[in-house]
Design a protein around this ligand. Structure first.
Ligand SMILES: Cc1ncc(COP(=O)(O)O)c(C=O)c1O
Length: 403
C-alpha cells in the first residue's frame, strides 16, 4: 500500500473524545456517566432559531454566495455593533463555524513554514488546524498557579522569531476560563506592532465572562486595525453547535481578498443555516447573557467542589464554560480511564478530558484535567463528590502534604 502523507500523521486524535469507548462501556454496565469532558451545551437551541428554520420557504437550496448571504453578513455586522465592535458587512466572511475561519486564517497569515504564537494550554483543535495549514504553533506556557495568565510582555517577546507571523489568542479561554487583562491585551498589541505580526482573536465565548466582567476587544486598539482578525461563531452563545455558522472579520482588505478565494474554493456555507441565525444575531444578546448567569452558578459549583478535594488548589474560571485544574494524580489520563473502568459512586461516574492534549509541549498537562460546565449545578456538585472520592481511591494518587 502507498504510504500516507507525513502531514496526515500530524493530526492528533481528539483528546476530548479519546475516552468515549470506555464511557460507552460504563454506560452499558448501567453506570450513569457525567460528561465533564466535552463543551457541547446542554441547554436548548433558542426556539426562535428553530422557528426561523421551519418558516423558510426556499424552493431550491442553492449555493449561497461564497462570502456569505448578504443578510447573514449584515446580521453579523449588527451583532458586532451591539458589542461596540465596528465591522461593515463587507468586512465579514461567513464560514462553516469558527473552525473553518481559523483554518483559513492560519493558512493565509503563516501557511508554509510560518509560526504562530499560542498560549498553552489551548483549544486542542488549534493544533490540527495548524497541521492542515502547515503552520508551527509556538507555545507560551501558562501555569495554573498564575490563573493561566501570562503577566509579563517578556514572555511573549522571548518567543518571537523571524518566522513568527501572528499571535492567536482565545479570550475568554477554552480550556482555562482565563479572561485576559487589559495589560495583557496591551502587551499582545505591543509585541504585534514591534514585530509586524497579525493578531487572531478567537472570541467565540465573548458573552461568557463571570463576576460582572466584560472582555476588552482588540478592535478597541485603533493602531492594530489592519492587524486584527476576529473569529466568531454562533455555536456556544446560542447553544447551536450543529448549525455550523461562524465568521471572520477584519479591516484588512488584502486578507479579505485572499480569504474570499479560500471561501470560493469551498463554494459556500449552508444556505438555510445562514438564514436561521439572522434574527438571533440581530437580537439575541439577552439570550446569551442569561446563559452566562447559568454558567456562573455552574462555575461556582465546580470551583467549590474542587476546592474541597485534598491537594487541589483550583483556579477560579473567569469566563467561557471551562476550567483546568491540577489533581494530586500521577497521570490524569490513567485516572480518567480508572474513573470509567473501575469506579462508581452511587451508580455514577465522571468522564474527564485529560490535560495533556491541550498542550503543544510534550509532557505538560499530565497532572491536569479540563472540566466543562455542561450540567446543572446540582449534577456538577455530585460530579465533584465523585472526583473527591475517586482521587482517594485511585492507586496512582500522589502524597498530599497536610499542614
Ligand atoms: C476556542 C474555540 N474556538 C473555536 C471553536 C470552534 O467553533 P465552531 O463550532 O464555530 O467551529 C471552539 C469549539 O469548541 C472553541 O472552543
Amino acid at each position: 500500500m502507498p504510504k500516507l502523507s507525513a502531514k496526515s500523521s500530524k493530526l492528533q486524535a481528539s483528546p476530548i473524545r479519546k475516552l468515549a469507548p470506555l464511557a460507552r462501556a460504563a454506560e452499558a454496565r448501567g453506570t450513569n456517566v457525567i460528561h465533564l469532558n466535552i463543551g457541547q451545551p446542554d441547554m436548548p437551541t433558542p426556539p426562535e432559531m428553530i422557528a426561523e428554520l421551519h418558516g423558510l420557504s426556499l424552493a431550491t437550496l442553492a449555493y449561497a454566495p461564497s462570502e456569505g448571504l448578504p443578510q447573514a453578513r449584515e446580521a453579523w455586522s449588527a451583532f458586532f455593533s451591539s458589542w461596540d465592535i465596528q465591522f461593515a458587512a463587507d468586512e465579514i466572511l461567513v464560514t462553516s463555524g469558527a473552525s473553518e475561519a481559523i483554518t483559513f486564517i492560519l493558512s493565509i497569515v503563516a501557511g508554509g513554514d510560518g509560526e504562530v504564537l499560542v498560549f498553552e494550554p489551548c483549544y486542542t483543535n488549534y493544533l490540527s488546524f495548524a497541521a492542515q495549514a502547515d503552520v508551527t504553533m509556538v507555545p507560551i506556557t501558562l501555569k495554573v498557579e498564575d490563573g493561566y495568565h501570562f503577566g509579563s510582555i517578556d514572555r511573549l517577546r522571548a518567543c518571537v522569531t523571524p518566522k513568527t507571523k501572528a499571535i492567536l489568542l482565545c479570550n475568554p479561554s477554552n480550556p482555562t476560563g482565563t479572561v485576559y487583562t487589559v495589560e495583557e491585551l496591551e502587551a499582545v498589541a505591543q509585541v504585534a506592532i514591534e514585530n509586524d505580526l497579525f493578531v487572531i482573536c478567537d472570541e467565540v465565548y465573548r458573552e461568557f465572562v463571570f463576576d460582572g466582567g466584560k472582555i476588552r476587544s482588540f478592535t478597541e486598539f485603533s493602531d492594530l486595525a489592519q492587524r486584527i482578525i476576529v473569529v466568531d461563531s454562533v455555536s456556544k452563545r446560542f447553544n447551536a453547535c450543529g448549525v455550523r455558522i461562524g465568521c471572520m472579520a477584519t479591516h484588512n482588505r488584502e486578507i479579505l481578498d485572499i480569504a474570499l478565494r479560500f471561501c470560493q474554493a469551498r463554494l459556500s456555507v449552508a444556505t438555510a443555516e445562514q438564514l436561521m441565525v439572522v434574527p438571533m444575531l440581530e437580537h439575541g444578546r439577552a439570550y446569551s447573557e442569561n446563559l452566562c448567569g447559568e454558567y456562573e452558578k455552574r462555575r461556582d459549583a465546580v470551583f467549590n467542589g474542587l476546592a474541597g478535594i485534598g491537594g487541589v488548589s483550583p483556579h477560579r474560571s473567569e469566563g467561557s464554560f471551562y476550567t483546568m485544574t491540577r489533581l494530586p494524580i500521577d497521570s490524569c489520563e490513567e485516572y480518567a480511564a480508572f474513573l470509567l473502568r473501575d469506579f462508581a459512586l452511587d451508580g455514577e461516574t465522571v468522564c474527564l478530558a485529560p490535560g495533556e492534549g491541550f498542550y503543544v509541549t510534550d509532557g505538560l498537562g499530565i497532572d491536569e484535567v479540563r472540566v466543562a460546565f455542561m450540567y446543572d449545578a446540582d449534577t456538577l456538585k455530585r460530579a465533584m463528590r465523585i472526583l473527591d472520592a475517586s482521587v482517594v481511591a485511585y492507586p496512582g494518587r500522589l502524597a498530599v502534604a497536610t499542614t
